[in-house]
Design a protein around this ligand. Structure first.
Ligand SMILES: C[S@@+](CC[C@H](N)C(=O)[O-])C[C@H]1O[C@@H](n2cnc3c(N)ncnc32)[C@H](O)[C@@H]1O
Length: 385
């Protein structure tokens, strides 16, 4: 039997669909369309497995069941009841429904979920005389309803959990970056995967670990044991095993110098533990150091820092000194490198006092952030020792 092909919608955080699109094209996919919150393409369940395994900047991979017009909950029930759910959901299985609903006839999204659930289980009872379980557990078959105005889209959520979290990190530390964001920041930088990657203020180590995963070509999906696609009837475990093996065979050591440091010994202990969990400890040189005391090795590459942004006024005042010192650090220590500051505070960014070459917009959670790029020319300073 030919494998079913359907629309695949890969969701991502705002501002990174361009980077996600590049990732998808690099995996060999064509016929892709970029949207504000993701990338659309067409493919089989096997394609969703591949995307879940390799993508670093995605949140979820959705595989469409159907798209239809529904103005009211009753129409949703009628139309969803005609779809062949039994093709992918086991009659003895368990499914969970999540939704995004923006429709005038619905005030509570739970009601939309309930109507869709009823449509599915009533269909099973009609056809098979029995029905699968459904409820709040999210580690089995996942269904996602997107209902905007009168347009309904129902999908299998082939990721299950959000794949923006790459699954290796055990300890979050203070204000950690989400792994998908860290990967997107690195991909937006000029790092080539071979030159130096210097990450002072590394906190829990996300940027350095993601850099090492990129350099070693380690697929982020290798850390996850459970995906939504594993709970669909057309899932083929042998194919998945072969795909995982192929991904493992692609992993190779890296000789890139990846250095991570932080003023806090606790942060470095956490970062080291996290790097170990990701199998990347051997590739990262850790140090407890104030960035002001750091000697950056001569060479080429990137220096990326994610300083605190400050939420309260007093904190912001204190941070002015830190941001000022960052400018000095770039000028005096990082010549020949590309410098990057990831921050959510534009006023503080101005204090750095260097001309930005480029600004890339990102969201860190709900917060509007920028990755600021500085070209740090060689010989543009007085001798810095
Ligand atoms: C926003 S957090 C970085 C979070 C990191 N991107 C992550 O994913 O976990 C900022 C870090 O800068 C560190 N820090 C603050 N002042 C510093 C300094 N003067 N030198 C080095 N690190 C510093 C803090 O200890 C903290 O871990």
């Amino acid at each position: 039997m030919m494998a079913r092909k359907a629309t695949i919608f890969v969701i991502c955080a705002p501002q990174i669909s361009g980077i996600l699109h590049q990732e998808i094209k690099a995996l060999g996919y064509s016929g892709t369309t970029e949207h504000a919150l993701g990338v659309q393409l067409t493919g089989t369940l096997e394609d969703t497995m591949r995307l879940n395994l390799y993508l670093r900047t995605a949140n979820k991979v959705l595989w469409q069941v159907a798209e239809f017009y529904a103005a009211t909950p009753e129409q949703l029930y009628q139309k969803a009841g005609k779809l062949p759910w039994e093709d992918e959901i086991d009659v003895d299985g368990y499914f969970n429904i999540d939704s995004y609903v923006k429709n005038d006839t619905i005030t509570d999204t739970r009601f939309a979920n309930l109507k869709l659930k009823d449509a599915i289980v009533d269909r099973f009872t009609r056809i098979k005389g029995r029905r699968p379980y459904s409820g709040p557990e999210k580690d089995k078959t996942r269904i996602y309803l997107h209902w905007r105005d009168n347009q309904c889209n129902v999908y299998y959520d082939t990721s299950g959990g959000v794949i923006a979290k790459h699954g290796y990190r055990k300890i979050p530390g203070k204000a950690p970056m989400l792994e998908s964001l860290a990967a997107a920041v690195i991909m937006a930088s000029r790092w080539d995967g071979r030159s130096n990657f210097i990450n002072p203020m590394c906190g829990s180590g996300t940027l350095a670990i993601e850099a090492a995963l990129l350099a070693t070509r380690t697929a982020p999906g290798l850390f996850r044991k459970n995906f939504g696609f594993m709970h669909l009837r057309s899932f083929n475990p042998e194919k998945w095993q072969a795909m995982v093996q192929e991904a493992k065979n692609k992993v190779r050591p890296t000789s890139a110098l990846i250095a991570a440091s932080d003023i806090s010994a606790d942060a470095i202990a956490i970062a080291r533990t996290n790097a170990r969990a990701a199998g990347m400890e051997q590739y990262i040189r850790f140090a407890v150091s104030d960035f002001k005391q750091l000697t950056v090795p001569a060479g080429e590459g990137v220096v990326i820092l994610n300083p605190e942004y400050g939420e309260r006024l007093g904190e912001v005042e204190e941070l002015r000194h830190v941001y000022q010192a960052l400018g000095d650090f770039f000028k005096q220590q990082c010549q020949g490198y590309w410098g990057y500051i990831f921050t959510g505070n534009r006023e503080l960014a101005k204090v750095i006092g260097l001309r930005t070459k480029r600004k890339v917009a990102f969201y860190n959670g709900q917060l509007d952030c920028r990755l600021l790029e500085y070209e740090l020319y060689r010989g543009s300073r007085k001798a810095a020792g």
